[in-house]
Design a binder for this molecule. Structure first.
Ligand code: GLU
Length: 449
Protein backbone atom coordinates (compact mmCIF):
# COMPACT_ATOMS: atom_id res chain seq x y z
CA UNK A 1 0.00 0.00 0.00
CA UNK A 2 1.38 3.44 -0.78
CA UNK A 3 1.89 5.95 2.02
CA UNK A 4 -0.84 8.35 0.99
CA UNK A 5 -3.49 5.60 0.81
CA UNK A 6 -2.33 4.24 4.15
CA UNK A 7 -2.52 7.70 5.73
CA UNK A 8 -5.96 8.44 4.32
CA UNK A 9 -7.26 5.12 5.69
CA UNK A 10 -5.60 5.78 9.01
CA UNK A 11 -7.13 9.26 9.29
CA UNK A 12 -10.61 8.03 8.31
CA UNK A 13 -10.42 5.40 11.05
CA UNK A 14 -9.09 7.85 13.63
CA UNK A 15 -11.91 10.29 12.82
CA UNK A 16 -14.49 7.51 13.16
CA UNK A 17 -13.12 6.33 16.49
CA UNK A 18 -12.86 9.83 18.00
CA UNK A 19 -15.73 11.50 16.18
CA UNK A 20 -16.57 14.12 18.81
CA UNK A 21 -12.99 14.99 19.78
CA UNK A 22 -12.35 18.00 17.59
CA UNK A 23 -9.17 19.48 19.04
CA UNK A 24 -7.60 16.06 19.43
CA UNK A 25 -8.28 15.27 15.76
CA UNK A 26 -6.89 18.68 14.75
CA UNK A 27 -3.63 17.88 16.58
CA UNK A 28 -3.41 14.36 15.12
CA UNK A 29 -3.96 15.66 11.56
CA UNK A 30 -1.21 18.23 11.97
CA UNK A 31 1.34 15.69 13.18
CA UNK A 32 0.42 12.95 10.72
CA UNK A 33 0.45 15.21 7.64
CA UNK A 34 4.06 16.14 8.45
CA UNK A 35 5.05 12.48 8.49
CA UNK A 36 4.41 11.55 4.83
CA UNK A 37 8.10 11.62 3.78
CA UNK A 38 9.14 9.84 6.99
CA UNK A 39 6.76 6.95 6.34
CA UNK A 40 7.77 6.88 2.69
CA UNK A 41 11.39 6.33 3.64
CA UNK A 42 10.69 4.06 6.63
CA UNK A 43 7.75 1.71 5.92
CA UNK A 44 8.59 -0.09 9.19
CA UNK A 45 6.48 2.49 11.06
CA UNK A 46 3.46 1.42 9.01
CA UNK A 47 4.22 -2.27 9.45
CA UNK A 48 4.58 -1.83 13.22
CA UNK A 49 1.31 0.19 13.27
CA UNK A 50 3.08 2.97 15.13
CA UNK A 51 0.53 5.64 14.13
CA UNK A 52 -2.39 3.48 15.30
CA UNK A 53 -0.58 2.90 18.60
CA UNK A 54 0.73 6.45 19.12
CA UNK A 55 -2.72 8.11 18.90
CA UNK A 56 -4.15 5.80 21.57
CA UNK A 57 -3.45 6.95 25.16
CA UNK A 58 -1.94 4.22 27.32
CA UNK A 59 -4.51 5.06 30.00
CA UNK A 60 -7.15 7.70 30.85
CA UNK A 61 -8.15 8.04 34.48
CA UNK A 62 -11.43 9.81 35.17
CA UNK A 63 -12.69 10.46 38.69
CA UNK A 64 -15.10 12.33 40.93
CA UNK A 65 -13.85 15.30 42.98
CA UNK A 66 -16.31 16.24 45.75
CA UNK A 67 -15.46 19.24 47.95
CA UNK A 68 -17.11 21.81 50.22
CA UNK A 69 -17.07 25.59 49.70
CA UNK A 70 -16.64 28.11 52.53
CA UNK A 71 -20.39 28.11 53.22
CA UNK A 72 -20.38 24.35 53.67
CA UNK A 73 -22.12 23.64 50.37
CA UNK A 74 -21.01 20.54 48.44
CA UNK A 75 -19.67 20.74 44.87
CA UNK A 76 -18.70 17.93 42.51
CA UNK A 77 -16.09 18.38 39.79
CA UNK A 78 -14.56 15.97 37.31
CA UNK A 79 -10.89 15.05 37.55
CA UNK A 80 -8.76 13.45 34.84
CA UNK A 81 -5.26 12.27 34.13
CA UNK A 82 -4.35 11.21 30.61
CA UNK A 83 -1.25 9.00 30.70
CA UNK A 84 -0.53 9.16 27.02
CA UNK A 85 2.84 7.67 26.25
CA UNK A 86 5.64 6.30 28.42
CA UNK A 87 8.09 5.21 25.72
CA UNK A 88 10.68 7.82 26.75
CA UNK A 89 10.15 7.97 30.50
CA UNK A 90 7.50 8.42 33.20
CA UNK A 91 4.41 10.37 32.15
CA UNK A 92 5.08 14.09 32.49
CA UNK A 93 2.85 17.10 31.98
CA UNK A 94 0.79 19.76 33.67
CA UNK A 95 -2.53 19.93 35.47
CA UNK A 96 -5.11 22.36 34.07
CA UNK A 97 -7.87 23.79 36.25
CA UNK A 98 -10.43 25.55 34.07
CA UNK A 99 -14.14 25.27 33.34
CA UNK A 100 -13.32 24.30 29.72
CA UNK A 101 -11.46 21.11 30.75
CA UNK A 102 -12.85 17.86 29.33
CA UNK A 103 -11.38 14.42 28.64
CA UNK A 104 -11.10 15.51 24.98
CA UNK A 105 -9.15 18.71 25.66
CA UNK A 106 -6.74 16.87 27.97
CA UNK A 107 -6.29 14.05 25.48
CA UNK A 108 -5.22 16.59 22.87
CA UNK A 109 -2.85 18.31 25.32
CA UNK A 110 -1.32 14.99 26.43
CA UNK A 111 -0.79 13.98 22.77
CA UNK A 112 1.03 17.26 22.09
CA UNK A 113 3.00 16.89 25.31
CA UNK A 114 4.37 13.53 24.15
CA UNK A 115 6.10 15.13 21.15
CA UNK A 116 7.10 18.28 23.05
CA UNK A 117 8.75 16.24 25.80
CA UNK A 118 10.53 14.17 23.19
CA UNK A 119 11.94 17.38 21.67
CA UNK A 120 13.49 18.45 24.99
CA UNK A 121 15.86 15.43 24.71
CA UNK A 122 15.10 14.63 28.38
CA UNK A 123 13.74 11.21 29.50
CA UNK A 124 10.10 12.26 29.79
CA UNK A 125 6.93 10.51 28.62
CA UNK A 126 3.76 12.49 27.90
CA UNK A 127 0.73 13.12 30.09
CA UNK A 128 -1.73 15.80 31.13
CA UNK A 129 -4.44 16.16 33.71
CA UNK A 130 -6.87 18.54 35.24
CA UNK A 131 -10.39 19.35 36.22
CA UNK A 132 -13.31 21.52 35.15
CA UNK A 133 -12.77 23.43 38.40
CA UNK A 134 -12.22 27.18 37.99
CA UNK A 135 -9.93 28.80 40.55
CA UNK A 136 -11.20 32.29 39.63
CA UNK A 137 -13.45 33.69 42.34
CA UNK A 138 -12.54 30.96 44.86
CA UNK A 139 -10.96 31.65 48.26
CA UNK A 140 -7.61 30.14 49.24
CA UNK A 141 -9.30 27.66 51.57
CA UNK A 142 -11.68 26.56 48.82
CA UNK A 143 -8.79 26.04 46.43
CA UNK A 144 -6.98 24.05 49.12
CA UNK A 145 -9.98 21.82 49.85
CA UNK A 146 -10.46 21.21 46.15
CA UNK A 147 -6.76 20.38 45.57
CA UNK A 148 -6.77 17.96 48.51
CA UNK A 149 -9.90 16.24 47.19
CA UNK A 150 -8.33 16.02 43.72
CA UNK A 151 -5.22 14.33 45.11
CA UNK A 152 -7.26 11.98 47.35
CA UNK A 153 -7.88 10.04 44.13
CA UNK A 154 -4.99 11.04 41.88
CA UNK A 155 -2.30 9.97 44.35
CA UNK A 156 -3.00 6.32 43.49
CA UNK A 157 -1.88 6.90 39.92
CA UNK A 158 1.15 9.21 40.13
CA UNK A 159 4.64 9.03 41.63
CA UNK A 160 8.25 9.88 41.09
CA UNK A 161 8.92 6.98 38.71
CA UNK A 162 5.40 6.78 37.28
CA UNK A 163 3.82 10.14 36.50
CA UNK A 164 4.97 13.60 37.56
CA UNK A 165 2.36 16.37 37.27
CA UNK A 166 3.15 20.10 37.15
CA UNK A 167 1.22 23.33 36.65
CA UNK A 168 -0.70 24.62 33.64
CA UNK A 169 -3.57 27.07 33.10
CA UNK A 170 -5.21 27.82 36.48
CA UNK A 171 -2.65 25.76 38.36
CA UNK A 172 0.40 27.57 39.75
CA UNK A 173 2.68 27.33 42.79
CA UNK A 174 -0.26 27.69 45.22
CA UNK A 175 -2.14 24.73 43.75
CA UNK A 176 1.03 22.62 43.37
CA UNK A 177 1.76 23.32 47.06
CA UNK A 178 -1.66 22.09 48.21
CA UNK A 179 -1.50 19.03 45.93
CA UNK A 180 2.04 18.15 46.97
CA UNK A 181 1.14 18.54 50.67
CA UNK A 182 -1.75 16.10 50.38
CA UNK A 183 0.29 13.69 48.25
CA UNK A 184 3.06 13.68 50.87
CA UNK A 185 0.58 13.13 53.68
CA UNK A 186 -1.13 10.19 51.95
CA UNK A 187 2.06 8.47 50.80
CA UNK A 188 4.35 9.46 53.70
CA UNK A 189 6.97 10.10 51.02
CA UNK A 190 8.80 13.36 50.23
CA UNK A 191 9.91 12.90 46.63
CA UNK A 192 9.91 14.97 43.49
CA UNK A 193 6.51 13.61 42.45
CA UNK A 194 5.49 17.10 41.26
CA UNK A 195 7.41 19.86 39.53
CA UNK A 196 6.72 23.58 39.72
CA UNK A 197 7.25 23.35 43.49
CA UNK A 198 8.44 26.45 45.36
CA UNK A 199 12.23 26.63 45.65
CA UNK A 200 12.12 26.49 49.45
CA UNK A 201 10.76 22.90 49.32
CA UNK A 202 12.31 21.32 46.27
CA UNK A 203 11.41 23.54 43.32
CA UNK A 204 13.92 24.63 40.69
CA UNK A 205 14.94 28.24 40.42
CA UNK A 206 13.64 29.74 37.17
CA UNK A 207 10.88 27.12 36.73
CA UNK A 208 8.13 29.81 36.77
CA UNK A 209 10.04 31.88 34.21
CA UNK A 210 11.16 28.95 32.05
CA UNK A 211 8.36 28.74 29.47
CA UNK A 212 8.37 32.49 28.78
CA UNK A 213 12.15 32.80 28.72
CA UNK A 214 12.44 29.73 26.49
CA UNK A 215 9.92 31.19 24.03
CA UNK A 216 11.99 34.39 23.80
CA UNK A 217 15.22 32.44 23.23
CA UNK A 218 13.49 30.41 20.52
CA UNK A 219 12.25 33.59 18.78
CA UNK A 220 15.76 34.98 18.90
CA UNK A 221 17.02 31.85 17.14
CA UNK A 222 14.27 32.04 14.52
CA UNK A 223 15.02 35.67 13.69
CA UNK A 224 18.75 34.92 13.52
CA UNK A 225 18.12 32.50 10.61
CA UNK A 226 17.16 35.59 8.59
CA UNK A 227 20.02 37.72 9.90
CA UNK A 228 17.61 39.55 12.21
CA UNK A 229 17.27 40.01 15.99
CA UNK A 230 14.72 40.75 18.71
CA UNK A 231 16.31 44.05 19.66
CA UNK A 232 13.99 46.88 18.54
CA UNK A 233 11.13 44.60 17.45
CA UNK A 234 7.53 45.60 18.23
CA UNK A 235 5.86 42.59 19.88
CA UNK A 236 2.39 41.56 21.01
CA UNK A 237 1.60 38.75 23.42
CA UNK A 238 -1.82 37.32 24.15
CA UNK A 239 -2.18 35.77 27.62
CA UNK A 240 -1.18 37.66 30.75
CA UNK A 241 -0.63 34.63 32.97
CA UNK A 242 2.60 32.97 34.01
CA UNK A 243 3.74 32.27 30.45
CA UNK A 244 2.65 35.63 28.99
CA UNK A 245 4.19 37.81 31.69
CA UNK A 246 7.54 36.01 31.65
CA UNK A 247 7.60 36.17 27.85
CA UNK A 248 7.07 39.94 28.07
CA UNK A 249 9.79 40.21 30.71
CA UNK A 250 12.44 38.40 28.67
CA UNK A 251 11.46 40.02 25.37
CA UNK A 252 11.90 43.47 26.95
CA UNK A 253 15.21 42.46 28.51
CA UNK A 254 16.36 41.44 25.03
CA UNK A 255 15.51 44.88 23.68
CA UNK A 256 12.07 44.24 22.13
CA UNK A 257 9.12 46.55 22.76
CA UNK A 258 6.00 44.71 23.95
CA UNK A 259 2.99 46.89 23.16
CA UNK A 260 0.03 44.53 23.60
CA UNK A 261 -1.22 41.75 25.86
CA UNK A 262 -4.58 40.47 27.13
CA UNK A 263 -6.56 38.37 29.62
CA UNK A 264 -10.14 37.05 29.90
CA UNK A 265 -11.61 40.58 30.11
CA UNK A 266 -9.88 42.28 27.19
CA UNK A 267 -6.56 43.59 25.93
CA UNK A 268 -4.10 46.37 26.68
CA UNK A 269 -2.48 48.53 24.01
CA UNK A 270 0.51 50.33 25.48
CA UNK A 271 2.32 52.19 22.68
CA UNK A 272 5.27 52.99 24.95
CA UNK A 273 5.87 49.30 25.64
CA UNK A 274 6.25 47.50 28.94
CA UNK A 275 9.33 48.01 31.12
CA UNK A 276 10.65 46.57 34.39
CA UNK A 277 8.35 48.77 36.52
CA UNK A 278 5.26 47.78 34.51
CA UNK A 279 6.19 44.09 34.62
CA UNK A 280 6.58 44.30 38.40
CA UNK A 281 3.10 45.87 38.59
CA UNK A 282 1.65 43.12 36.37
CA UNK A 283 3.26 40.35 38.46
CA UNK A 284 1.76 41.78 41.64
CA UNK A 285 -1.62 42.29 39.94
CA UNK A 286 -1.87 38.84 38.37
CA UNK A 287 0.11 36.53 40.68
CA UNK A 288 -0.67 38.11 44.06
CA UNK A 289 -3.93 40.06 43.73
CA UNK A 290 -5.35 37.85 40.93
CA UNK A 291 -6.82 40.98 39.32
CA UNK A 292 -7.71 41.90 35.72
CA UNK A 293 -5.40 43.72 33.24
CA UNK A 294 -7.92 46.58 33.21
CA UNK A 295 -6.09 47.90 36.28
CA UNK A 296 -2.91 48.30 34.22
CA UNK A 297 -4.58 51.04 32.16
CA UNK A 298 -5.76 52.77 35.33
CA UNK A 299 -2.23 52.80 36.71
CA UNK A 300 -0.37 53.63 33.48
CA UNK A 301 -2.57 56.32 31.95
CA UNK A 302 -1.13 56.25 28.42
CA UNK A 303 -2.10 52.60 28.01
CA UNK A 304 -5.50 51.79 26.58
CA UNK A 305 -7.80 48.99 27.81
CA UNK A 306 -9.93 47.44 25.05
CA UNK A 307 -12.78 45.41 26.58
CA UNK A 308 -13.36 41.98 24.98
CA UNK A 309 -10.79 42.58 22.23
CA UNK A 310 -7.85 40.37 21.27
CA UNK A 311 -4.37 41.75 20.56
CA UNK A 312 -3.94 40.60 16.95
CA UNK A 313 -5.08 43.87 15.33
CA UNK A 314 -2.22 45.77 17.00
CA UNK A 315 0.56 46.39 14.44
CA UNK A 316 3.66 44.36 15.34
CA UNK A 317 6.78 42.64 13.98
CA UNK A 318 6.45 39.54 16.17
CA UNK A 319 3.42 37.86 17.76
CA UNK A 320 3.40 35.48 20.72
CA UNK A 321 0.12 33.63 21.31
CA UNK A 322 0.52 32.39 24.89
CA UNK A 323 -3.11 31.93 26.04
CA UNK A 324 -4.87 28.75 24.85
CA UNK A 325 -5.68 26.48 21.91
CA UNK A 326 -7.26 28.00 18.77
CA UNK A 327 -7.09 31.56 20.12
CA UNK A 328 -5.67 32.91 16.83
CA UNK A 329 -7.92 32.28 13.80
CA UNK A 330 -7.62 32.84 10.05
CA UNK A 331 -8.94 36.41 10.28
CA UNK A 332 -6.48 37.26 13.07
CA UNK A 333 -3.66 35.80 10.97
CA UNK A 334 -4.64 37.94 7.96
CA UNK A 335 -4.69 41.02 10.16
CA UNK A 336 -1.25 40.26 11.58
CA UNK A 337 0.17 39.70 8.09
CA UNK A 338 -1.46 42.86 6.72
CA UNK A 339 0.20 44.84 9.49
CA UNK A 340 3.63 43.44 8.59
CA UNK A 341 4.12 40.73 11.23
CA UNK A 342 7.14 38.59 10.24
CA UNK A 343 7.41 36.11 13.10
CA UNK A 344 4.81 34.14 15.05
CA UNK A 345 6.28 32.15 17.91
CA UNK A 346 3.72 30.08 19.81
CA UNK A 347 3.72 30.00 23.59
CA UNK A 348 0.44 28.15 24.13
CA UNK A 349 -0.35 24.64 22.85
CA UNK A 350 -1.82 24.79 19.33
CA UNK A 351 -3.05 28.41 19.65
CA UNK A 352 -3.27 28.95 15.87
CA UNK A 353 -6.16 27.38 13.93
CA UNK A 354 -5.30 25.37 10.77
CA UNK A 355 -6.45 28.38 8.67
CA UNK A 356 -4.06 30.66 10.55
CA UNK A 357 -1.16 28.21 10.15
CA UNK A 358 -1.90 27.96 6.42
CA UNK A 359 -1.84 31.75 6.10
CA UNK A 360 1.52 32.02 7.90
CA UNK A 361 3.04 29.27 5.75
CA UNK A 362 1.75 30.79 2.55
CA UNK A 363 3.15 34.21 3.48
CA UNK A 364 6.53 32.58 4.20
CA UNK A 365 6.96 34.26 7.58
CA UNK A 366 8.77 32.63 10.48
CA UNK A 367 6.28 30.44 12.34
CA UNK A 368 6.96 27.97 15.15
CA UNK A 369 4.49 25.53 16.76
CA UNK A 370 4.05 25.57 20.55
CA UNK A 371 5.39 22.07 20.99
CA UNK A 372 8.81 23.40 19.95
CA UNK A 373 8.87 26.99 21.19
CA UNK A 374 7.09 26.49 24.54
CA UNK A 375 9.05 23.38 25.58
CA UNK A 376 11.24 25.41 27.98
CA UNK A 377 8.73 24.97 30.81
CA UNK A 378 8.65 21.21 30.80
CA UNK A 379 12.40 21.15 30.10
CA UNK A 380 13.08 22.98 33.36
CA UNK A 381 10.61 20.63 35.04
CA UNK A 382 12.91 17.86 33.84
CA UNK A 383 15.83 19.76 35.36
CA UNK A 384 13.86 20.09 38.61
CA UNK A 385 13.52 16.30 38.67
CA UNK A 386 17.28 15.95 38.15
CA UNK A 387 18.02 18.34 41.02
CA UNK A 388 15.56 16.46 43.27
CA UNK A 389 17.23 13.14 42.44
CA UNK A 390 20.65 14.60 43.18
CA UNK A 391 19.30 16.41 46.26
CA UNK A 392 20.94 19.67 45.25
CA UNK A 393 19.87 23.07 43.92
CA UNK A 394 21.42 24.68 40.90
CA UNK A 395 21.79 28.47 40.69
CA UNK A 396 19.51 30.49 38.42
CA UNK A 397 22.49 31.02 36.08
CA UNK A 398 23.09 27.29 35.81
CA UNK A 399 19.42 26.57 35.05
CA UNK A 400 19.29 29.42 32.53
CA UNK A 401 22.36 28.08 30.72
CA UNK A 402 20.70 24.62 30.43
CA UNK A 403 17.46 26.20 29.27
CA UNK A 404 19.22 28.19 26.54
CA UNK A 405 21.08 25.10 25.40
CA UNK A 406 17.89 23.03 25.26
CA UNK A 407 16.00 25.72 23.30
CA UNK A 408 18.93 26.02 20.87
CA UNK A 409 18.93 22.24 20.41
CA UNK A 410 15.19 22.13 19.76
CA UNK A 411 15.55 24.93 17.23
CA UNK A 412 18.37 23.12 15.46
CA UNK A 413 16.43 19.82 15.49
CA UNK A 414 13.40 21.46 13.89
CA UNK A 415 15.47 22.88 11.05
CA UNK A 416 17.60 19.76 10.58
CA UNK A 417 14.68 17.33 10.40
CA UNK A 418 12.63 19.66 8.21
CA UNK A 419 15.50 19.86 5.72
CA UNK A 420 16.27 16.13 5.89
CA UNK A 421 12.66 15.35 4.93
CA UNK A 422 12.36 17.96 2.17
CA UNK A 423 10.36 20.58 4.07
CA UNK A 424 13.15 23.14 4.52
CA UNK A 425 12.45 25.97 6.98
CA UNK A 426 9.13 24.40 8.08
CA UNK A 427 9.25 24.38 11.90
CA UNK A 428 5.95 22.47 12.13
CA UNK A 429 7.24 19.58 10.03
CA UNK A 430 10.64 19.61 11.76
CA UNK A 431 9.14 19.56 15.28
CA UNK A 432 6.66 16.82 14.44
CA UNK A 433 9.23 14.64 12.71
CA UNK A 434 11.95 15.04 15.36
CA UNK A 435 9.45 14.49 18.19
CA UNK A 436 7.87 11.49 16.47
CA UNK A 437 11.03 9.60 15.50
CA UNK A 438 12.40 9.32 19.03
CA UNK A 439 9.08 8.12 20.45
CA UNK A 440 8.39 5.75 17.54
CA UNK A 441 11.84 4.14 17.64
CA UNK A 442 11.60 3.68 21.42
CA UNK A 443 8.18 2.05 21.03
CA UNK A 444 9.61 -0.41 18.53
CA UNK A 445 12.57 -1.13 20.86
CA UNK A 446 10.18 -1.94 23.70
CA UNK A 447 7.99 -4.33 21.72
CA UNK A 448 4.23 -4.55 21.56
CA UNK A 449 3.18 -3.13 24.90
N1 GLU B 1 2.04 22.67 31.38
C1 GLU B 1 3.34 22.88 30.83
C2 GLU B 1 3.36 22.45 29.38
O1 GLU B 1 2.37 22.54 28.69
C3 GLU B 1 4.46 22.31 31.69
C4 GLU B 1 4.39 20.85 31.96
C5 GLU B 1 5.41 20.35 32.97
O2 GLU B 1 6.23 21.13 33.44
O3 GLU B 1 5.38 19.15 33.25
O4 GLU B 1 4.35 22.06 28.82
Amino acid sequence: MNTQTYLNDFLTQTHQKNASQKVFLQAVEEVVRSLVPVLDQNPVYMKEKILERIVEPERIISFRVPWRDDKGEIHVNRGFRVQFNSALGPYKGGIRFHSSVTADSLKFLAFEQTFKNSLTTLPLGGGKGGSDFDTRGKSDTEVMRFCHAFIDELYHHIGYHTDIPAGDLGCGAREIGYMFGQYKKLTNDFTGAFTGKKPNWGGSLLRPQATGYGISYFAQNMLATRGDELNGKICVVSGAGNVGIHTMEKLSELGAKVVGFMDYDGSIYDKDGVNAEKIAFLKDLVFKRRGSVQEYAKKFKKAQFRPGKKTWDIPCDCAFPTACENELNGEDAKMLLKNGCKCVCEGANMPSTPEAVEAFKEAGILYSPGKASNAGGVAVSGLEMTQNSMRIYWTAQEVDAYLKRIMNNIHTSCLTYAEQFAQKGDYVAGANIAGFLKVADSMIDQGLV
